[in-house]
Design a protein. Structure first.
Length: 472
C-alpha cells in the first residue's frame, strides 16, 4: 500500500515487518558490543547464497556461548550454538492459543488471519557479501542512479526466520532480505512503472496462477523482479502510456525466458534462484506455456479480468485510442490493435454461447428464428454498455463490419452444430450468416463452412469449398 501497487479489487493482505533493534547482528567479531545480545552471521558450507546461521555470543566477553542461552539455542554437530528461526513462530503460536485464535503461517510470516502477515526479523546494518556485485555491475539507462546506489549502501538488510526449502538444517538458517533497497528502488518508479507492475500482479492472480491450478505458483516478488530488470533494460523514453503494452510484454518475456532456463535471478543477489522451492521443471513448463499464450494474444486476457471492472475499462480505453484518437489508424500501436482484434473474436464466442444457452427451451422450428431476431441488435446492445450515443456512429463506421462478420461467423458455425446434432433443417438463415462472414479473411469462415458440410455428410460441396480456399 505504501508503494501504491495494489488495487481495492485485489484484496491484498496487510504486510507488517517488525524487528528488534536491541539485537546486535555482527558480520565479524570486531562489531561485538559489551552488555548486549550479540549474534554472529556465519556462512556455513551447507548454506545457500541467501542464507546464514546466527551464532550466539556472550555479552560479557568476546567469546561464543558454550551453554544454551534458552530453549531456542540449538547445538549443531560442529558443537556451536545457533539461534533457531522457530523462536517467533513459537511466540505467535502461544499468543494465538491464549486468545483462542487460529495460527496462519506462510513462509516466515505468521498471524491469526489471511488478511494480515507479520514477519519478525533482525536488522543487519552491514550488507552481506552476496550484495556486493549489485553495486559494481555494469548498468544501462542510468538506473539506478549513482545517488540511489549511494543511499542503498547505507540501508542494510533484514534477516528473516526462513530457512532454505531444501536444507537439512533449515531450522537454524536465516534468509537475507534486502527489502529496504527494493523499497528504495520502488519509490523511484514513475506512474507508468507502477501501472506495469500492477498489471503483472493482476495477470499473476487472475490468469497465470489459476492456469497453473495449484501446480506451483509465481508471486508478486517474481513480478517485481521482472519490473526491476525491465526498468534497467528499456529506454526511459519508452516508458509512456502509448508503450505500456510493450513494457508489460517485455516483463512477461523476461519471466518466460527465466522459466525456460529454470533460473529467475534475484535483482540484488543474482546467484539466488527465485524459482527454487516455488516451481519444479514441469511447473516451469506450464508457466512458459501460459506466458506464451498471453504474449501471443497481445494481453487480450486482461479484458476478462473482472477485478476493479478492469476488462470493461480497458476495452473502453482501447477503443478510445484505436477509433476516436486524432492519430491516423496506421499509427496506432500494433499491440493495441492486436488486442482489439483478439478481444472482439473472443467476446463473440462468449455472446454466442450465452444466446444458445438461453435458446435451449425453444422448439426446433423456432430456434433459428430466435437467434436471427437478435443478431442485428446484440452488437449495438453490447456497445451501448460502454459508449455514449454520439460515439456509436463513429464506432459503426470503423468497426461494425468486422464486429458483425466475426459475430456471424461464430453464430453460423455454432447454430449449425446444434441443428446437425438434433437433426434440424438449417434453412436459409444459417447460410445467410455464413455468407455475411465469408470475407472476414481468406480462409477461416470457408474452413468452418467446409467442416460443417463434412459433418452434415455433404462431401461434394465440402470439397468444392476446400478447392476454393486452396485456389485463393
Amino acid at each position: 500500500m505504501t508503494e501504491g501497487t495494489t488495487t481495492p479489487g485485489m484484496g491484498s493482505d496487510i504486510d507488517t515487518l517488525l524487528y528488534d533493534d536491541t539485537v546486535n547482528i555482527m558480520s565479524g567479531w570486531p562489531e561485538w558490543k559489551r552488555g548486549g545480545y550479540n549474534l554472529l552471521m556465519m556462512k556455513h558450507e551447507t548454506c545457500s547464497p541467501q542464507h546464514y546461521r546466527l551464532q550466539e555470543s556472550r555479552d560479557d566477553r568476546l567469546l561464543p556461548f558454550t551453554q544454551p542461552y534458552d530453549e531456542f539455542s540449538v547445538t549443531d554437530v560442529d558443537g556451536k550454538l545457533y539461534r533457531s528461526n522457530e523462536v517467533y513462530q513459537a511466540a505467535n503460536a502461544l499468543i494465538c492459543a491464549v486468545n483462542n485464535l487460529q495460527l496462519v503461517t506462510a513462509g516466515p510470516s505468521a498471524s491469526w488471519s489471511d488478511m494480515f502477515d507479520f514477519v519478525y526479523a533482525y536488522i543487519c546494518k552491514r550488507l552481506p557479501t552476496e550484495c556486493d556485485s549489485w553495486f559494481t555491475r555494469p548498468r544501462h539507462r542510468n538506473w539506478p542512479t549513482p545517488e540511489m546506489i549511494q543511499v542503498a549502501r547505507e540501508l542494510g538488510c533484514f534477516l528473516v526466520p526462513d530457512g532454505h526449502w531444501d536444507s537439512e538444517h533449515s531450522s537454524i538458517e536465516w534468509r537475507v532480505s534486502p527489502s529496504l533497497i527494493e523499497r528504495h528502488l520502488m519509490f523511484s518508479m514513475t506512474i507508468i512503472h507502477i501501472h506495469c507492475y500492477v498489471t503483472l500482479k493482476l495477470l499473476k492472480k487472475y490468469i497465470i496462477n489459476p492456469y497453473l491450478n495449484k501446480s506451483g505458483k509465481i508471486t508478486s516478488f517474481h513480478c517485481k523482479t521482472a519490473l526491476f530488470y525491465a526498468r534497467q533494460q528499456i529506454k526511459p523514453s519508452m516508458w509512456t502510456v502509448d508503450n505500456l503494452f510493450h513494457c508489460i510484454i517485455h516483463c512477461l518475456k523476461l519471466l518466460r525466458g527465466w522459466a525456460k532456463k529454470g533460473h529467475c535471478p534475484h535483482y540484488i543477489m543474482e546467484t539466488v534462484n527465485l524459482f527454487d522451492g516455488k516451481l519444479n521443471r514441469e511447473q516451469r513448463g506450464h508457466l512458459h506455456k501460459i506466458l506464451t499464450i498471453i504474449i501471443d494474444n497481445h494481453l487480450a486476457q486482461l479484458a476478462f479480468i473482472e477485478s476493479d471492472n478492469l476488462g470493461v475499462r480497458l476495452l473502453h480505453n482501447v477503443y478510445s485510442v484505436a477509433i476516436w484518437d486524432m492519430t491516423p489508424m496506421r499509427a496506432v500501436n500494433q499491440d493495441i490493435t492486436g488486442f482489439l482484434s483478439v478481444f472482439c473474436n473472443r467476446s463473440q464466442m462468449v455472446i454466442v454461447r450465452q444466446i444458445l444457452s438461453d435458446a435451449a427451451d425453444y422448439t426446433a422450428g423456432n430456434l433459428c428464428l430466435y437467434i436471427h431476431s437478435i443478431t442485428t441488435q446484440l452488437p449495438l446492445q453490447q456497445i451501448h454498455m460502454l459508449y455514449s450515443e454520439e460515439r456509436l456512429c463513429q464506432l459503426d463506421a470503423v468497426s461494425r463490419t468486422i464486429f458483425i462478420r466475426l459475430f456471424n461467423q461464430h453464430l453460423a458455425s455454432t447454430a449449425a452444430s446444434i441443428c446437425i446434432k438434433h437433426g434440424i433443417d438449417m434453412g436459409e438463415r444459417i447460410w445467410t450468416w455464413y455468407s455475411i462472414a465469408m470475407n472476414t479473411d481468406v480462409a477461416s469462415t470457408r474452413l468452418k463452412l467446409a467442416s460443417m458440410l463434412y459433418c452434415k455428410g455433404d462431401l461434394q460441396r465440402a470439397a468444392v469449398v476446400l478447392e476454393d480456399v486452396e485456389r485463393r
